[in-house]
Ligand binder design. Structure first.
Ligand code: KIV
Length: 273
């Protein structure tokens, strides 16, 4: 049975931590699902991790949908949460609803995630009133990178911390069912978590949140180029080292040996002309 938003609320009440990881394709989604993850996030981080863009700004709804469909096909139990990309929900609530509905109808996602606070509450309201669960995202919001001026920890002074807490209350009141907090001091994340009824999910926000999220390629060590302070590698699947070994074994004839080859009776070989 697929997990539900209400099961996540129960987890918050019981202090049973919610687990979330990103996935962008069928196979990784299937692995996360079978491992028992609660939520799979089809993050717009795929713009960088999969598509090689320098930030998340260029990815489109159509592109996000390709990956959301693949993840949904690989998932039986986890909640599939899809990021709404930059410029698909900020300017007009009607557009926001139409785009959110595409993630549900075409992508078969179970919920959508939007970045921002008070300024996007109208969109959160209209989408959630149409029975599409909305997850909000505050703190370091990568779609605002040009305004923020870099990937920096947010809420580091009294005014900024108060604004984050106020925004968290606004998005909850607008109908958000969960809140991702990215790169905020742990004590502030704790205060926000205690102040809300909805679960908080942290990334670089310390241990007091109701759950945690990380990017798949970071967790497995596939991304060897970049490791922010908050990332823990749970495996070291270094693709470059594996490919170097492949090249070396092909060139030296070590691969493929008999174990990886198919036989044909010598008698037939001899009869070939
Ligand atoms: O796009 C993403 O992967 C995210 C997480 C970092 C929370 O939004």
């Amino acid at each position: 049975m697929r997990k539900s938003i209400s099961s996540l609320l129960e987890q918050k009440k019981k202090n049973d931590k919610i687990t979330m990881l990103t996935a962008y394709d069928y196979h990784s989604a299937k692995a996360l699902d079978e491992a028992g993850i609660d939520v799979i996030l089809v993050g717009d981080s795929l713009a960088m991790v999969v598509l090689g863009h320098e930030d998340t700004l260029s990815v489109t709804v159509d592109e996000m949908l390709v990956f959301t469909k693949a993840v949904s096909r690989g998932t039986k139990n986890a909640i599939v949460l899809s990021d709404m990309p930059f410029a698909s929900y900020q300017a007009c609530e009607y557009e926001a609803f139409k785009n959110a509905a595409r993630f549900i109808k075409e992508g078969r996602a179970n919920a959508v995630k939007l970045e921002g606070g008070k300024e996007i509450c109208k969109s959160i309201e209209i989408i959630s009133k149409a029975n599409i669960p909305v997850v909000a995202h505050l703190g370091l919001t990568p779609q605002a990178i040009n305004a923020l001026g870099g990937y920096k920890v947010q809420g580091k002074n009294l005014e900024a911390a108060q604004k984050l807490l106020d925004d968290a209350r606004f998005v909850q009141d607008a109908g958000a069912c969960m809140l991702v907090l990215e790169c905020v001091p742990s004590k502030l994340a704790q205060k926000i978590t205690q102040s809300l009824n909805i679960p908080t999910i942290g990334i670089g926000a310390g241990s007091y949140c109701d759950g945690q999220v990380l990017v798949y390629h970071d967790v497995l060590g596939i991304n060897q180029d970049f490791k922010p302070k908050f990332v823990k590698r749970f495996a070291n699947f270094n693709p470059k080292e594996a490919v170097k070994q492949y090249i070396q074994e092909v060139k030296s004839g070590v691969f493929p040996n008999a174990e990886f080859s198919f036989d044909l009776n010598d008698e037939w070989i001899d009869k070939l002309y």
